[in-house]
Design a protein around this ligand. Structure first.
Ligand code: ATP
Ligand code: MG
Length: 269
């Protein structure tokens, strides 16, 4: 992997879309778990004050004494914030509601764009040997999300298969371009994944056709179907792979994981 003089060899992928409820967290959890299931070492950084990724992986409040907030603002050591999960090979840095004030706090910091990047480059991350670090972003293009884009090698965008999906994307693309022109020239688009896809619905098919026409190869072949098992799994504190490995949702994320791993090797080369 050709790397920017960074101690850790992990590929850092921000899962971002400023639109709420499009499947960022579902994708972050299930893609992380499916890639871990392929034998890779994966860290999921929960950067959303809602903490849905942490809850969905069974990290209860009592375990969240240290969180992403401490990593960014309190110079916590990675050892203090990384927790293992029930899934072999998958670790998480959980989020707490502390993060809800982060955006305002970041404005007062001189290195406001670089705090997460610098924290993740800390050498003590090395010993974990992570292959992938996914960052679950909040539904906003605020400074927290910008921190993720500055820290990341690439952005993976979940796109809900519904009307206006592509309109929202242009705003995100502009932000990505700005970050690329300023704080992180190496930032790439990892890929765009269609979520909550319903093949029987004309609208889903139309959004898919538009996305493939406009974005070409950036759109993964795999689409994530609307699948009730995917929405149930977090309430059992499990990725879908553990909750119902035979479900269509689980199979889709396994296919996406294979595509992401194959693709990211090419992007990093
Ligand atoms: P937010 O912007 O609030 O962080 P998000 O983009 O992270 O939201 P999710 O939390 O992943 O979105 O998904 C929103 C809701 O849709 C959740 O209730 C989730 O369980 C459900 N959901 C996501 N993907 C699917 C799917 N493929 N099939 C069925 N339900 C889904
Ligand atoms: Mg979310």
């Amino acid at each position: 992997m050709s790397d920017r003089s960074r101690p850790s060899g992990a590929r850092i992928i921000a899962v971002a879309n400023q639109k709420g409820g499009v499947g960022k967290t579902t994708t972050a959890i299930n893609l992380s778990a499916s890639i871990a299931d392929m034998g890779k070492k994966v860290l999921l950084v929960d950067l959303d004050p809602q903490g849905n990724a942490s809850t969905g992986l069974g990290i209860d409040a009592a375990q969240r004494s240290m969180s992403t907030y401490d990593l960014i603002f309190e110079e916590a050591q990675v050892d203090e914030v990384v927790l293992s999960t029930e899934i072999e090979g998958l670790s998480i840095i959980p989020a707490t509601t502390d993060l809800s004030s982060a955006d305002i706090e970041l404005y007062t910091k001189e290195k406001r764009l670089f705090l997460l990047r610098d924290a993740l480059r800390a050498t003590d991350l090395d010993k974990y040997g992570f292959d992938y670090i996914f960052i679950d972003c909040p539904p906003s293009l605020n400074l927290l999300t910008v921190n993720a884009l500055v820290a990341a090698d690439s952005v993976l965008v979940p796109l809900q298969s519904e009307f206006f999906a592509l309109e929202g994307l242009s705003q995100l693309m502009l932000t990505i371009r700005e970050v690329r022109e300023t704080a992180n020239t190496a930032l790439r688009i990892e890929g765009v994944v269609l979520t909550m896809y319903d093949a029987r619905n004309n609208l889903s098919r139309q959004v898919e056709a538009d996305a493939r026409e406009n974005l070409g190869d950036l759109v993964y072949r795999t689409v994530i179907p609307r699948n009730v098992r995917l929405s149930e799994a977090p309430s059992f504190a499990m990725p879908v792979l553990k909750y119902d490995s035979a479900s269509l949702g689980a199979r889709a994320y396994i296919n996406l994981a294979r595509e992401v791993v194959k693709n990211s090797a090419r992007l990093a080369a």
